[in-house]
Structures are given as C-alpha cells and as structure tokens.
Ligand binder design. Structure first.
Ligand code: PDD
Length: 289
C-alpha cells in the first residue's frame, strides 16, 4: 500500500497527516471500539459513495455509535479530503470510534463524542498483464468473530490470517468456516465452474462487499447470471476460475490455490469479460479515463 497523502481529516478539520494526534484513551485505541470504510476514488470522484455511507450507517447502528455527521456533511468531508490531496485515483479511509473516555471502562460512558479520522493514499495503476497473471491464495480456517458483517476496526483476525497466507507464499487467505466459503481476509470471493458464476449470500459471516455489487452489476450487464449460494470447500478446489473483489483491488483472478493452479494458472475467459465491464462501469460513473 502507498503512503498516506499529506492532508488528513480529524474531527472536521483538514490538517497535515503527520501532525494528527488522538488521545490514547480513545476507545478505538483501547478496545478497537469503532468502524471504518474504504472508498475507492477515480479521477477525483469517489465511487459508489452512497453505498459506502449506507454500510457505514449499518456498522454504526450495530455498535450503537451515534453517526456524528449527516449524509451531506459526510459528502462534504470526503470531497474536501480528496480535493485537499489533489484528486486523482486514490483509496479513502474513514474511521469513526466511539470517542475518548476518562479511563478504561468496558461499558461505554454516556455522552461520548465520536472521533472521526480520514486519510487517503494514491491507487497506482497496475499494468493489465500483471492483473491478468492473478494472485496466489491459500484456504485457511476462519478464526474471526461472528459479526463479520460489521466493518469493525478490530482487525486482528484478518491481520493474523494475512500473515499466515504470506508465510505460505500466498497473497491472500480465502476463509473457510464449517466447510463453507466465508470470504477472503479482506475481499469478497467468486467462483466459476462450467460457466456458472457463484458467490456466497449475505450473512453475519461476511462483510456486505460494495465491490461484489459492482461485479454483480457487470455480470448482469453482460447478460450472465450470478448464483448467490453457499460454496463448499471441495468446490473451491474444483473451480475453473476464482476471483477476489474489493474496493482497492477491484476484481482480480486467483490463479493458484493451495499450491495448485486454478484454470491452468491463467485468468479465465469469464473474468476477462467481467473485468472489462467493471472498467466500463467505473468510467461511466466517474468519467475517469
Ligand atoms: N476490505 N470482506 C472483507 C473482510 C473486507 O475487509 C473487504 C474490504 C471486503 C470487500 O468489501 P468492499 O468491496 O466493500 O471493499 C470483503 C477493505 C478494502 C479494507 O479493509 O482495506
């Protein structure tokens, strides 16, 4: 990931990133008591912003944290952060914690003011040949908690899983719970077998991915169908294609799983079509070149 850009957002003010300070008594620091969003931005225009705000609201509601800003104020802050860092293609991170208490009470004291922090980084343009080569993934048991639908800042599970994947020479961990595909450690997952595209349904075991919806829109635009159903461990090993999807990586083929090639080690034909359509949707919605 690229370095943070020079200007960040802290509690409504745009300030130099390297001067931003929060209290160590912030509940985000002490308990991981907060939520976040990662929003892609193309040619200075945040992509699918409303969907990200809506998921942010769901995460805040699940934790009973007051949303400190109205939707229009959020839009103002996100656009302000993008402009302060000169636009272009970037990833935008927004974090809201429950706020800073006077000590370390598990039970949150009433009347806290949520802390809002945002920063962004450049999204570099990966050459197509590199995207097409795909990534290596390994399947690992899902060791995370049972509310993976909340975009919580407490990310120790995914950090441990990503480290284990890297230790095994892979880029991503594809997580299995009770013999079924949950999701990636930081992405949604799709499989293709004999032309049938599948992805698991929404549940508390997985984050409602916004990029998954973009991929779904691309599939529909191509006149193809998406099966939303549980996917079992054995199906992963037998898949013709596996893709991962996230806000920062878009849709990427997995060309090796558990040290075996997927689809002969090459990106599949369905992925190629979906990737092209994904780029068209991006251009259409953001006017990016
Ligand atoms: N992660 N599942 C998990 C566990 C994730 O962390 C992510 C994204 C996704 C994909 O969601 P979306 O399409 O809305 O980005 C699925 C982000 C990018 C992150 O934490 O950096």
């Amino acid at each position: 990931m690229a370095d943070a850009l020079p200007t960040c957002l802290l509690d409504g003010a745009f300030i130099p990133t390297n001067e931003a300070r929060i209290s160590p008594l912030d509940r985000g620091f002490l308990f991981g008591d907060g939520v976040y969003e990662v929003i892609p931005c193309y040619a200075g225009k945040p992509f699918r912003l409303e969907a990200h705000f809506s998921r942010l609201q769901s995460s805040l509601d699940a934790l009973g944290i007051r949303n400190p800003c109205s939707p229009s104020r959020w839009a103002e802050l996100v656009h302000g952060l993008v402009a302060a860092n000169e636009g272009g293609d970037m990833g935008i991170y927004i974090e809201i914690t429950r706020g800073t208490g006077r000590g370390r009470d598990f039970m949150p004291p009433p009347g806290l003011n949520p802390t809002v922090f945002g920063f962004c980084w450049r999204l570099s343009k990966t050459p197509f040949e590199q995207i097409e080569r795909g990534i290596a993934a390994v399947t690992l048991e899902d060791i995370r908690w049972l509310r993976c639908d909340i975009k919580s800042i407490a990310l120790l599970g995914p950090v441990m899983l990503k480290m284990e994947a890297h230790h095994r020479g892979a880029d991503e961990a594809i997580l299995i719970r009770d013999g079924r595909l949950a999701e990636g450690s930081s992405c949604a997952v799709f499989t293709v077998k004999d032309g049938d595209i599948a992805t698991p349904p929404a549940s508390r075991e997985r984050l409602p991915s916004i990029t998954r919806r973009v991929v779904e829109d691309a599939i529909v635009a191509l006149g193809l169908q998406l099966q939303v159903r549980e996917i079992y461990r054995d199906e992963m090993a037998a898949a013709d294609e596996i893709w991962i999807a996230s806000s920062t990586r878009e849709v990427v083929p997995v060309t090796a799983l558990d040290n075996h090639t997927v689809g002969g080690g090459k990106a599949g034909s369905v992925w190629h079509r979906v990737f092209d359509e994904f780029q068209s949707l991006k251009r259409l919605e953001t006017d990016s070149a």
